[in-house]
Design a protein. Structure first.
Length: 261
C-alpha cells in the first residue's frame, strides 16, 4: 500500500507582517515551516505505516527550491519518498491552478492508493485545494477527518462536524483532508535527520508532468488578490468605576459627548 501526502511550506503566521504602504507581505526574515495540518496528515500516514511495514509513504509539494528543506523534515519524520514540483511556470497560482498542478504531479507518482492532506494551509485558509485535487483526479474526498481506520481495503473515518461527527466509509483511491485533532505529530530524531539528507528528492517541472504554461501558475488563476492590509488598531479602552448607577450615568455622559445618543 502506498500513501501520498500533499504538504506545503508556509510562512510562520506568527511572524508575518504587512507593509503598511505597499500592502504586501514582508517576507524577509520570516521563517518557513511545514503547514501544521499537513503535519497531522503525515502523522496519520506514519501511524498506518507503524502497523504495516509494507506501507510506503511519499510526500509531494509545489513550491520554490527551498521547499526541499521542508521535504527533508518530512523524510526525517518517516516518509520514504519526496517529490518537489518547482517551476517558474507554477508561480502565482491560486487554488484552482494549484490543484491542477498537484493533480498532474500525483499522476506521475506510481502506485498511489490513498492521498492525505491537511484541512487547509495557514497562509490561505481556503480549504479548497484538497477537494479540487480529488475532483481533478476523479476520486472521492472526505474533508475534516478526525479519525482513520483501515480495514479490508476500505477506510472508515470520522468527519468532524460543528456539533459532533459523522462516520464515513470510503473506498480507495480517495483523498482525505485531516484536522489537527486527529493526532500529535512526532518529533524527528538526530539519526533520521542525517538519513533524510541521504535520500534523493525528485523534482518535476511543467514539462515533466505534461502541463502547458497556460494551464498552471498565474496564467491559469482566475482568482487574484487585489489588496492585503491589517485592520487599524483600536484605541485604548477606558474602565469605569463606582456604583452601578454612577457607572451608567458616566457611560451615558460619554456617549452624549460623542453624539452617539
Amino acid at each position: 500500500m502506498k500513501i501520498l501526502v500533499c504538504v506545503k511550506q508556509v510562512p510562520d503566521t506568527n511572524e508575518v507582517k504587512i507593509d503598511p504602504v505597499k500592502g504586501t507581505l514582508i517576507r524577509e526574515g520570516v521563517p518557513s515551516i511545514l503547514n501544521p495540518d499537513d503535519a497531522n496528515a503525515l502523522e496519520a500516514a506514519l501511524k498506518i505505516k507503524d502497523q504495516d511495514k509494507d506501507v510506503t509513504i511519499a510526500v509531494l509539494t509545489m513550491g520554490p527550491p527551498q521547499a526541499t528543506y521542508m521535504l527533508r523534515e518530512c523524510l526525517a519524520m518517516g516518509a520514504d519518498e519526496a517529490y518537489l514540483m518547482s517551476d517558474r511556470a507554477f508561480g502565482g497560482a491560486d487554488t484552482c491552478a494549484t490543484s491542477t498542478t498537484l493533480a498532474a504531479g500525483i499522476r506521475k507518482v506510481p502506485g498511489v492508493d490513498v492521498i492525505f492532506g491537511g484541512r487547509q494551509a495557514i497562509d490561505g485558509d481556503t480549504a479548497q485545494v484538497g477537494p479540487q485535487v480529488a475532483q481533478r483526479l476523479g476520486i472521492p474526498v472526505v474533508t475534516y477527518v478526525q479519525d482513520i481506520r483501515l480495514e479490508d481495503g476500505k477506510l472508515t473515518v470520522q468527519r468532524q462536524m460543528e456539533d459532533g461527527y459523522e462516520v464515513v466509509e470510503v473506498k480507495m483511491p480517495c483523498f482525505l483532508t485531516c484536522v489537527k485533532e486527529l493526532n500529535t505529530p512526532r518529533y524527528m530524531s538526530v539519526g533520521s535527520i542525517v538519513d533524510a539528507y541521504k535520500k534523493e528528492i525528485t523534482v518535476f517541472d511543467h514539462k515533466a508532468v505534461g502541463l502547458d504554461p497556460s494551464e498552471c501558475g498565474l496564467n491559469a488563476s482566475p482568482t487574484q488578490v487585489f489588496r492585503s492590509f491589517t485592520p487599524p488598531q483600536k484605541g485604548k479602552g477606558e474602565m469605569l468605576s463606582g456604583t452601578t448607577g454612577e457607572m451608567a450615568a458616566a457611560l451615558v455622559g460619554k456617549l452624549e459627548e460623542k453624539h452617539l445618543i
